[in-house]
Design a protein around this ligand. Structure first.
Ligand code: AHM
Ligand code: MG
Length: 282
């Protein structure tokens, strides 16, 4: 049997230049909403269809699920399930800022706990296209060339010990008191870097050390980001890079999923900063 996980990662890498290339003409809104009730961009729908077609064609893939579609697609006999956010941060298309593609590979039927992942990856469409892959507790960063070739830039990527940056989502008046308490401590210590796309914002934390949060909100205690498609893969990557994740009370990877499109507050970064968040919340 071939290496299905490697095949999945290769498909994401080889599709990245095409996804990026197709953004130009797809900055308009689509007429649809995704299952989370958000207006889709034409690029969201297109990237979703492209990845669905290619990933379900892999023999070892049994299930495909995406932030942009309601149910789980049955892809045949394969053992692995893939959960995708085809274009994370697509609201940044209008202002031409960074965005990404996120994917978790689960050795279980979806929805599944984060610990069921065997690998996770994200592509960052920044000034250059990079891809970060976590597998077997090791994180590697690649540059993806225009022809889809992967060139390794950092092997065994780990979070710097000394944290430097932070980025928190949501409107400040909508933050809960306990999150505002934590944020005011962090603001006094670290430097704000926030771009409004989780992939870009977490990639800065992975590069410089620090903390990212899309927190619980007064108006929405469950936060914004989705457990299966966004939180679990990013938590898996940060964990493999020596960092930590939390939903406020426990590791994201240990959270039991209640549904495919379930949202969760998400905090990621250096272990000490995540521990501090949990003790502020306790
Ligand atoms: P998306 O997957 O529909 O693009 O939504 C997720 C994005 C994240 O990238 C980002 O952290 C968050 O939404 C920002 O939300 P907001 O624009 O509400 O601050
Ligand atoms: Mg997203």
């Amino acid at each position: 049997m071939g290496d299905t996980v490697a095949e999945i990662i290769d498909v994401v890498a080889s599709s990245a230049p095409e996804i990026r290339g197709g953004l130009t003409g797809r900055r308009r809104k689509a007429d649809e909403q995704n299952p989370s009730g958000e207006t889709q961009m034409a690029a969201d729908v297109w990237a979703d269809e492209l990845l669905e077609e290619r990933l379900t064609a892999i023999d070892g893939v049994g299930q495909f699920a995406s932030e942009e579609r309601e149910g789980v697609i049955d892809a045949g006999e394969g053992n692995y399930a893939v959960a995708v956010d085809p274009l994370d941060g697509s609201s940044n298309l209008k202002s031409n800022n960074s965005m990404g593609t996120v994917l978790g590979i689960y050795d279980a039927e979806l929805p599944a706990k984060g610990t069921e992942q065997v690998a996770a990856t994200y592509v960052l469409y920044g000034p250059i296209t990079t891809m970060v892959v976590a597998r077997d507790d090791e994180v590697t960063e690649f540059v993806i060339e225009n022809d889809g070739t992967q060139r390794t830039v950092t092997e065994d990527l780990t979070l710097p010990d000394e944290p430097v940056v932070y980025g928190f989502g949501g409107r400040v008046p909508d933050w809960t008191d306990r999150f505002a308490d934590y944020a005011s401590e962090i603001e006094a210590e670290l430097k704000l870097r926030y771009g409004g796309a989780m992939i870009g914002d977490v990639n800065q934390v992975l590069t410089y050390g620090g903390v990212f949060g899309y927190p619980e909100l007064e108006s929405r205690p469950e936060g914004k980001l989705r457990l299966q498609f966004e939180a679990n893969p990013m938590a898996y990557i940060l964990d493999a890079a020596g960092g930590a994740s939390s939903n406020g009370t426990q590791s994201i990877l240990e959270a039991e999923p209640a549904g495919l499109h379930e949202r969760t507050p998400l905090y990621l970064g250096n272990e000490a900063l995540i521990e501090r968040l949990e003790s502020t919340f306790a």
